[in-house]
Design a protein around this ligand. Sequence first.
Ligand code: ATP
Ligand code: MG
Ligand code: FE
Length: 342
Amino acid sequence: PLVLGFETSCDETGVGIVRGNTLLADAVASSVDEHARFGGVVPEVASRAHLEAMVPTVQRALDDAGVTLQDIDAIAVTAGPGLAGALLVGAAAAKGYALALGKPIYGVNHLAAHICVDQLEHGPLPEGCVAMLVSGGHSSLLFVPDVTEDVQPLGQTIDDAAGEAFDKVARVLGLGFPGGPLIDKAAREGDPEAIAFPRGLTGPRDAPLDFSFSGLKTSVARWVEHRERAGDKIPVADVAASFQEAVVDVLTRKAILACKERGADHLLIGGGVAANSRLRVLAEERGAKAGIQVRVPRPKLCTDNGAMVAALGSELVRRGRQPSTLDFPADSSQPVVDVVAR
Ligand code: ATP
Ligand code: MG
Ligand code: FE
């Protein structure tokens, strides 16, 4: 089936088109530049930008795929979690297209879509894999018997998300927004062992599959403040590399542990932070050592996009899952266990 997917949970207006597991179009319009001077995403600005970008982005996706609206068999849209106003714009648009075309609509979970997108790149998800979802708002380990209806939380962050930590540390270092890609780039010139930043929740009595990044963020801020007060020059590349190493060390260690605990031989990593170059290398390295196959989509499919929503929609159609009714709600805090909005 040909599936049209909409994503508007944050600052990316994404429209993707897939046929089965084949990616035909992945059009993304970002309002990130409009938020940069505020140092974070401003919800009202994002909603407004989605409204303006929606129709042109749909047209671009159709052109890229070489199909027309009449060819579409089903529609999928992010129902949550995300910014309430931003979600509403996408849901309203998708419902409009579904109604006009007389096609089924699936209001889907953004986090499940971050996982399912890997199918477009590496084929069907292995049954019972462990997924690590690391993004701007979430950091969790999940056991995934079936991404269309059975996603089980194993652990999550007890404070900041990994992406949030990247963004905050980038701000402390004066690198700009969003911080993840900028830290990634700065870290390439730095020494990951220059500064021993703390590895949160890795003590013997800590929850083995939960994360904590708030202490690390504070520790980096303190370290930088201390040097600044002394009038020292901040070794930005070394701080970036050492911070990044602390994050990806903990992420990969716990992800492998989750695989061992669940007897899973596949680890899937998704969400914006999965675009991180060091995380990708270290996960692959540690996975290989533990006999675990690591799957990470290409960076452009890790950050928010419409193709991931279309991918999950396509899988829901293939599995014969019931579509949502047209009155399904956008839910800013939709839990990961609710794959389809009802
Ligand atoms: P969520 O998916 O939890 O709702 P979101 O949709 O805002 O949050 P994503 O777009 O999935 O988040 O991811 C954005 C986050 O990923 C940002 O925090 C950003 O800094 C981070 N990120 C993007 N690229 C990289 C990178 N190369 N290294 C580290 N972090 C990155
Ligand atoms: Mg974004
Ligand atoms: Fe996301």
